[in-house]
Each structure stands twice: as C-alpha cells, then as structure tokens.
Design a protein around this ligand. Structure first.
Ligand code: ATP
Length: 502
C-alpha cells in the first residue's frame, strides 16, 4: 500500500502543501486505489496494456480537430513535437516538465507578467498546438504546483454563470488580453485539494476532444485563500437544460436531438475508451454554444469522473438521471464505477430532448411512472406507458437498452450512437384525414406520400407525390371526389331500380 507521501516522493517533484482535510462529507474514501488513480495521473505513467494504448492513440487522433481519420491498420502517424514544430515560431517559449521528458507548450509568453490563462476558444493558435500534439494527454496530467493569484489584479470577475454542489462558475475577463473566460471556483476549506486537483486533471486531460469543454492549463488559488480555481472557455449561449426549457415542454425535436447526441456520444465514447466514466451526465452539463443550430455542443463538469472499477461511496443525492441501481442504494454503501451509469443518464437525456420533460422523478418502483416502465420492460404488463407511444421501434430499443435495471444489458455509447445516427426516432403518425386520402387514392390516384404525414421535422416539405400542398388544390380534389361518388351512387341506384323492375 503506497501512501500519499510516498507517491509524492516517488514523483520527485515539489510537494504542494496538502491542506488538512476538513470534515466534509466524502463521496469516496482515499483508498489505495484512489490514491494511485489520482497520482498516476501526475507522473503520466501509462497504465494501459499495449493493445489498449494503440486503440487510445487511434481514438484520440481520430477525434482531434484537423486530423484525418485513419483506418485501424495504419500505425499512428508521428506528430511533430512542440519543440520541432515551434522552431519556425520565434518567440514561443517552451517549458520542460519537471517529472517527464515531455515538452509542452507554455502560454506564459502571452502573459509574461502574470502566468495565468487568458485563452478562449478563439485562441486557435494555442488550441491547435494542444490538439495536434499526441503527447498532450500525458503532458496534461502532470502535477503542477497550485499558484496563488490575485484575482482582482488579473481578471475582471463578472456575473455567476452557474452553481453546483461543489462550486460555482463565474464569467470573467482577462484584463490584459480582454478574453472572456469562465472561472470554476471551489470554495475552501470545503473542497479537498485532491478533489480539486483530480477535477482539474480530468478536465484538462480530456479537453483536446472537440466536444469537451476546453480547460486551460494551470491550477490556482485566490490570494486570500478562499477558493481554488481553474479556467475554462466560456460558453456564451446556454446549457441543454435551458435550451429544452425554452421549448415549453415541446422538446428540441428529432433533428436537433440527433445533433446534440452526435456530439455528446462522441465525447462519452472517447471517455469510455479511456476507461473513464463521467458519472454526472445531465442536461446542465451539456453546453450549447450555438442556440440556433446545435452545431457546437460540449460536455463539461468532470468533478465526479472516475476510472472504471473504482470503488466509491454512495452519497444521499438522487436526481432524474440516476440509474435504478443508484436509486436503490443506501447512504455509504460502496459502489463500483461502471460505464453503464452514463448510458442510463444518456437514455434519460434522450427522452428529455425529445419530449421536453423527464420520464420520471426517480428510477425507483416507488415512483409510479418508473414502475409502469419497468412492468412493461419485464413483460409483466403488455401496455407500453403512453409517454413512450410517439417513439419508433428503434427508439424504443434504445430506451430498452439504456433504461434497463439490468446494467449488464445496457448498450455501449457506440451502440447508442449507431442507433441515433441511422434510425428514425419517431413513429410515422397517421393524420386524422388520412382515410379520406385513401379513398381519393382509389379514385383519383392522388394520395399524399407517407413522408408528409410523419411526425417530427419531416412533416413539412415532404417531396414527391403530395398533390395537395395548398388549400385550393385540396378543395378541387374534394369536389372531384364528391362528383365521382355521386356519379357512382347514381349508377348504383339506377342498377337497383332496373334490377327491381326485372
Ligand atoms: N464554461 C462555461 N461557460 C458557461 N457556463 C458554464 C460553463 N461551465 C459551467 N457553466 C454553467 O454552470 C453550471 C454549473 O457548472 P458545473 O456543472 O461545472 O458546476 P458543478 O459545481 O460541478 O455542478 P454539479 O452540481 O453538477 O456537480 C452549469 O450547469 C452551466 O450552466
């Protein structure tokens, strides 16, 4: 069993002052596994097997911006080290990591007087350096000292953007560069240093992915010692929660849901490939950068992120996104971290995007809407709960494979992505007057196509075979049908009369 102190000594780096732990409610104990987990991140020692490592390289390369996807048989293309690529960039200062031979970019040259981040998503130059460097992943998980910063001197701190259980986020402007950034604060002494460091490391380590919030390099604490903080890119729009709420319980529609999920599942697939579980997926933690077309969507908040198989202690806190196994757990019960909890949360988010509300409050049989779903799932009741009626067979399969209490039966993020990308998610709904068109069809061959009667975004503008796009056309078709019917009735009555006469 390796103690915290020994790990620091082994890393042979300057040991930061570790704050005396305050009696805060712990989510998980500082087990030897956990200690290793946190501090393995600091020395960058690869813990994966060789095959996993190759897979990781492929995954990270394929998902980095500006990188051509390669097939699995190609060996990872060597990326120029920063030291090489920077030769033609005079003035770029490089810093050598104290524990590793990796060299990675330092943004100190941009703000040489005060070494604090000021980058924003617009800062393409720096983000490209990071996103193109293969070793950023290992470089990013290196332990650095927590620097004291006089907040007022460096930033103009503005309004609060959000608040959570562990801290709060504020909009700020970096005084020197005028960049708008988001600062995530962790109040002291409530926050343990290890929790702060862990969240920063996961956030920074995962940032190169295009659907994960960018976290800028550096861990800080305010000069008055009231909070730790790190800096992230600012999302100028809203979270998915706000976007859905703005629809007044109508949901964001099939096309937008597909866009959101393409981004979110790409991020979660990346995390799961790295054997990391987000554990706090919810609409509030999905940031929408463009409210109009959902073209830029990023996942944030890695405060609960843990490696697969980590043992954590359960806290008494249940939300709409919690899987059935979490809702049945008692306080302080130990749980083993599993990817399937993210899959459940994604199932809930999918329902929420499509319907504008949650399927249930709590995934417990004490909650009637959930109990009804479970009864149907276990075939104890053949009636599908009404709220699932609008969904297509494929979408129902997605629900069955995410919102199942049998966590081993749950899909992977990849399965979910395949289903969401390819399949139609809403049933084609028969319009009330479809029968009328069927009658027309037999006489006038002018029935609208099925596409124009489907529910969802395809309702309007369906192509091919739809005759009655305007009211006028419909009226004339109706007149035609009436006259055909009247003629037919006259013929029939004539035949009846003549038959009677015979
Ligand atoms: N970079 C950002 N730009 C704009 N708003 C943000 C940003 N990051 C977070 N927010 C907003 O702040 C809220 C809280 O942020 P975050 O989830 O990171 O805090 P937390 O304390 O970890 O919350 P939780 O209770 O979910 O753990 C988010 O729901 C989001 O609305």
């Amino acid at each position: 069993m390796e103690t915290l102190g020994r790990v620091w000594n082994r890393l042979s780096i300057r040991r930061p002052t570790i704050a005396t732990p305050e009696p805060v409610e712990e989510e998980d104990d500082m087990t030897p596994e956990k200690t290793r987990e946190v501090f393995q991140m600091f020395n960058g020692t690869p813990t994966r097997r060789k095959s996993e490592s190759a897979h990781h390289h492929r995954a990270i390369l394929n998902q980095m911006e500006n990188h051509q996807p390669r097939n699995a048989t190609q060996s990872p293309k060597r990326q120029p080290r920063i030291s090489e690529s920077s030769m033609d960039t005079p003035g770029s200062s490089l810093r050598r990591n104290s524990t590793e031979t990796h060299v990675f970019a330092n943004r100190a040259h941009l703000h040489s007087d005060i070494n604090v981040p000021a980058c924003s998503s617009e800062d393409d130059r720096i983000s490209t350096i990071r996103r193109n460097s293969l070793f950023v992943k290992r470089g990013s998980v290196t332990m650095e000292p927590i620097k004291k910063v006089d907040l007022e001197a460096v930033y103009t701190v503005n309004k609060q953007l959000g608040t959570g259980r562990f801290g709060y986020i504020k909009l700020a402007e970096h005084k020197q560069s005028k960049h708008r950034i988001a600062i995530k604060f962790f109040p002291r002494p409530q926050t343990k240093q290890t929790d702060f460091v862990r969240e920063y490391n996961y956030s920074f380590f995962l940032s190169p992915h295009q659907n994960i919030i960018d976290t800028y390099e550096g861990m800080f604490q305010s000069s008055d010692d009231t909070a730790y903080f790190f800096v992230q890119e600012f999302c100028p729009r809203a979270s998915l929660r706000e976007a859905v709420e703005a629809t007044n319980q109508a949901g964001i529609g099939e096309a937008n849901t597909k866009k959101v999920f393409a981004a979110v599942l790409s991020a979660i697939e990346f995390m799961h490939d790295e054997n990391l579980v987000h554990r706090n997926l919810k609409a509030e933690n999905i940031l929408i950068f463009d409210a109009n077309d959902y073209s830029k969507v990023k996942v944030t908040d890695f405060g609960l992120t843990r490696k697969v198989d980590t043992t954590v202690k359960y806290l008494e806190y249940v939300n709409n996104y919690h899987a059935a196994e979490l809702c049945d757990t008692v306080v302080n019960e130990k749980l083993v971290v599993n990817k399937s909890t993210d899959i459940w949360a994604l199932g809930i988010i999918f329902f929420y995007c499509m319907k504008g509300k949650f399927p249930w409050q709590k995934a417990s049989i004490m909650c009637k809407p959930y109990w009804e779903w479970e009864q149907w799932l276990k075939r104890k009741n053949p009636a599908l709960p009404k709220k699932f009626n609008p969904f297509s067979e494929k979408a129902l399969k997605l629900f069955k494979k995410s919102l199942t209490p049998r966590f081993k039966d749950r899909w992977s993020a990849k399965d979910m992505r395949k289903c969401l990308v390819k399949e139609k998610l809403l049933k084609s709904v028969k319009k009330p007057d479809e029968d009328y068109y069927v009658m027309i069809d037999t006489s006038t061959k002018s029935r609208p196509s099925a596409a124009s009667t489907s529910n969802g975004e395809n309702q309007e503008g369906a192509a091919g075979g739809a005759p009655a796009t305007g009211e006028r056309k419909q009226k004339s078709t109706l007149q035609q049908w009436i006259s055909t019917t009247l003629t037919a009735m006259a013929e029939i009555s004539e035949q009846v009369v003549s038959a009677r006469d015979d």
